[in-house]
Design a protein around this ligand. Structure first.
Ligand code: PEP
Length: 296
């Protein structure tokens, strides 16, 4: 019996060392970042700039992109940056991306524990790997790209599961072109937020950023004008004040997403209710850092 116990202890110790070794390898050599300017003052919202690499890149192309970002100079101290690669490239980012850029996923499962869910990644597994953020509710996933899409109830469920696992979430909402044209933008945004507001406790919102992404502006080169975006962001904040709380409304960050790039970032980020961006196409280029610096 003692022999079995001793062997079991030895195996446990060896596995423990292996896990530590793997963590050391994964986190070894992540280059240090640097910052410039003043951090957000108490009570002010720090900007959040997310990069959504979508289903793009190879080990080689993303290694080059990461090198570009690592050499891109300081990040304004009032800006938080998170990059969301494909799941297969998360390890590469965690091992080689400068350490002042967080790594996020683009989706997670709705199941709160790992198990027999072929093809899924559980939120707790993302946390275990060192991932800090996840995008939930992106319009491409809501639409489904040829498969069944995700409705607002499912998005809310994933949001809650992700938060409970310890992830921070960029929760994407936004209207389609015909919805904007028929004047129901805010009704659409409210219908996407409502199931989340029902499921979340007030404290959960500390780890949520709302990414307002008009679908007609995503990947199209069309951008909402700063005034148009500000108007919707303000309405979203008012909705949160009414349906969650005034405190959450004043603290929650609302990012704009939709063909944001270096050339238009400064004007968008200057709007009082625009607290950052969720960037697709431009996050795959050096121009991403012009967006990050747009907050200066
Ligand atoms: C996005 O994917 O969330 C997005 C806003 O894409 P793009 O910047 O390319 O419009």
């Amino acid at each position: 019996m003692d022999f079995v116990k001793n062997q079991a202890q030895k195996v446990k110790a060896a596995v423990g060392e292996k896990v530590e070794d793997v963590k050391k390898i994964v986190h070894k050599g992540r280059p240090k970042g640097s910052s410039t300017g003043e951090p957000a003052a108490a009570g002010e919202r720090a900007y959040l700039i997310g990069g959504n690499w979508k289903c793009n890149g190879t080990q080689e192309s993303l290694t080059t992109l990461i090198q570009t970002f690592n050499a891109a100079g300081p990040i304004p101290a009032n800006v938080e940056v998170a990059i969301c690669p494909t799941d297969i490239h998360i390890g590469l980012a965690l091992a080689t991306l400068r350490d002042d850029i967080s790594v996020g996923a683009q989706n997670c499962g709705a199941n709160d524990k790992p198990g027999a869910f072929t093809g899924e990644i559980c939120a707790s597994q993302l946390v275990d790997a060192g991932v800090q953020w996840v995008i939930i509710g992106h319009s491409e996933r809501r639409e489904g790209f040829g498969m069944a899409g995700e409705d607002s109830e499912l998005c809310a469920k994933k949001l809650k599961v992700a938060l409970d696992a310890g992830l921070k979430v960029m929760f994407a909402i936004g209207e389609k072109k015909e919805e904007r044209e028929s004047g129901v933008t805010m009704e659409v945004c409210a219908s996407q937020l409502q199931p989340a507001a029902k499921l979340l406790e007030e404290k959960d919102w500390a780890n949520v950023a709302i990414a307002y992404e008009p679908v007609w502006a995503i990947g199209t080169g069309l951008t909402a004008t700063p005034e148009m975006a500000q108007e919707t962001h303000k309405s979203i904040r008012e909705w949160v004040a009414e349906h969650v709380s005034a405190d959450v409304a004043s603290a929650v960050r609302i990012q704009y997403g939709g063909s944001m790039k270096g050339a238009n970032a400064k004007e968008l980020l200057a709007q009082p209710d625009i607290d950052g961006g969720l960037i697709g196409g431009a996050s795959l280029k050096a121009d991403f850092f012009n967006v990050v610096n747009g907050a200066l």
